[in-house]
Design a binder for this molecule. Structure first.
Ligand SMILES: *Cc1c(COP(=O)(O)O)cnc(C)c1O
Length: 372
C-alpha cells in the first residue's frame, strides 16, 4: 500500500536521483548486455580487456582535456582506496586538508593516522560553506574536494599560491562527484582522482587519477617507503601504462564507464556535460528560491554545486517523509547525506540526469507536500 500514489504522468521518466551510486543510462546497460557473452568472463591480461582499459584512459584524457604530460592511472577500490594510496605514495611529510564535509574529513583522517607522517594541517568550515586551502610552510600536499558530495558545495580548482608554498607542493583534488560534470583545468592540480559511480554515472570499485609529472615524480621519490602492494601507486602507474590493473578489475564497471565517457564526448564533451547539469541545477535552485518551504542549503550561490543539489525544508515539512513517499512511487535516493542530519533533500544532477526529470521531481515534491 502506498501512502500517496502520485499521478503517473507527473513522475520523472527515470526516478533515480542518487548522488552516488548515480543513475546509469539505458544505453550503458544495453552495451553491458551486448558484451555479456563476449568480453565479460575473459582474461583481463588479454587484448580485449586491455583495449577496454585503453578506451577508458583515452576517453578520460579527452573529456578532461588532460595536459599532454599528465597520465591516467587506475586501480581497484574506489576513491577511499586512493586516499590511502596517496597517504603512502603522494604525501612526503605533511599535508593540508580542507574539511567542510564528510569526504574532505576522511582523507584528513587517513593522513592523521599514518605513523610516518606529521600531523596534517586541517582547514575546517561549517558544512554547506566553502573553505579554501591556504599557503602554509612545510606543507608538501594540499588536498580538497572539487565537489563535496555530502553538502553540495563546489570549490575552485586552483593552485594554492603565495610566498609560503613550497614550489614542489602537490595539489590533490578529489573529483569523485565532479569529474565529468564540472569543468576543470587540470594544469591547476597534480592529482585529480575519482571513482566512476558518481559524476561519471557508472559503477563503483575503481579509482582513476590524472597525475601530473610532479605527482609522478613524487610517487617515484616515495617508492622506497613500505606500502601494501594493493595501495602502491608505483604498482598502479606501472600497470596502468600496460592498460591493466594490479589485480582483477570489475570488467562491467569499465564497460559502463567507457560507454559513458564516449556518450559524453559524442554529445560535445565537457561543455555538453556541464551545461546539462547546469540546467538541472538552475531548475532545482530556482524552485527552492521560489518555494515557501524550501531553501538552498548552500547560501553562497557561487558555491552551489551544479551536480549535487542540497535543499533544506522548513520545520513544517518533514523531508524524510517526503523522500519516503517518493520512494514508494519509484523516485529514489533524494535523502540527504546520512551523517549531515538535516531536514533536507539531496539531488544528484549528474550529466546522465535529464533536466526534464529534475523539473518533474520538484513538481512531485510540491505535490507530496500539498497532498500529504
Ligand atoms: C563517494 C565519494 C568518495 C568515496 O568514494 P568510494 O568510491 O566509495 O570510495 C570520495 N570522495 C567523494 C567526494 C565522494 O563523493
Amino acid at each position: 500500500m502506498t501512502t500517496l500514489a502520485l499521478p503517473t504522468e507527473m513522475l520523472p521518466a527515470d526516478g533515480r536521483f542518487g548522488s552516488g551510486p548515480s543513475r546509469i543510462r539505458p544505453g550503458q546497460s544495453d552495451a553491458l548486455a551486448a558484451v555479456g557473452t563476449t568480453l565479460m568472463g575473459t582474461s583481463h591480461r588479454q587484448a580485449p580487456v586491455r583495449q577496454l582499459v585503453a578506451r577508458v584512459r583515452e576517453g578520460i584524457r579527452e573529456l578532461l582535456e588532460l595536459p599532454d604530460d599528465y597520465e591516467i592511472v587506475l586501480g581497484n577500490g574506489g576513491s577511499t582506496f586512493f586516499w590511502d594510496a596517496a597517504t603512502f605514495g603522494l604525501i612526503r611529510e605533511r599535508s593540508q586538508h580542507v574539511s567542510t564535509g564528510e569526504f574532505g574529513a576522511k582523507f584528513a583522517t587517513a593522513a592523521r593516522r599514518a605513523p610516518f607522517l606529521a600531523d596534517p594541517s586541517v582547514i575546517t568550515g561549517d558544512p554547506g560553506t566553502l573553505a579554501r586551502p591556504r599557503a602554509e610552510e612545510g606543507v608538501d600536499a594540499y588536498a580538497w574536494a572539487h565537489n563535496e558530495t555530502s553538502t553540495g558545495v563546489v570549490a575552485p580548482v586552483e593552485r594554492v599560491d603565495g610566498g609560503q608554498v613550497d614550489a614542489e607542493a602537490l595539489m590533490l583534488v578529489d573529483g569523485t562527484s565532479a569529474a565529468g560534470g564540472v569543468p576543470v583545468d587540470l594544469s591547476q592540480c597534480d592529482a585529480y582522482y575519482f571513482a566512476p559511480q558518481k559524476g561519471l554515472g557508472s559503477d563503483g570499485g575503481l579509482w582513476l587519477a590524472a597525475l601530473s609529472p610532479a605527482a609522478l615524480a613524487r610517487v617515484e621519490e616515495l617508492a622506497q617507503r613500505w606500502v601494501p602492494e594493493s595501495l602502491s601507486l608505483t604498482a598502479a602507474v606501472e600497470n596502468s601504462r600496460k592498460e591493466q590493473t594490479l589485480n582483477t578489475p570489475a570488467i562491467a564497471t569499465l564497460v559502463l564507464m567507457a560507454e559513458q565517457v564516449e556518450w559524453l564526448l559524442a554529445g560535445g564533451g565537457m561543455s555538453f556535460a556541464a551545461s546539462r547539469s547546469a540546467r538541472s541545477a538552475s531548475i532545482l535552485y530556482d524552485w527552492a528560491e521560489r518555494s515557501e518551504y524550501a531553501t538552498p542549503f548552500v547560501t553562497d550561490p557561487q558555491a552551489r554545486s551544479t551536480v549535487v543539489g542540497t535543499v533544506d525544508f522548513a520545520e513544517t515539512v518533514d523531508a524524510a517523509r517526503v523522500a519516503s513517499v517518493l520512494r514508494e512511487n519509484g523516485v529514489v535516493d533524494i535523502e540527504p547525506y546520512r551523517k549531515l542530519g538535516r531536514n533536507q533533500i539531496r539531488v544528484g544532477m549528474y550529466p546522465s540526469v535529464d533536466p526534464e526529470d529534475v523539473a518533474a521531481l520538484v513538481a512531485c515534491v510540491d505535490y507530496v507536500v500539498e497532498n500529504l
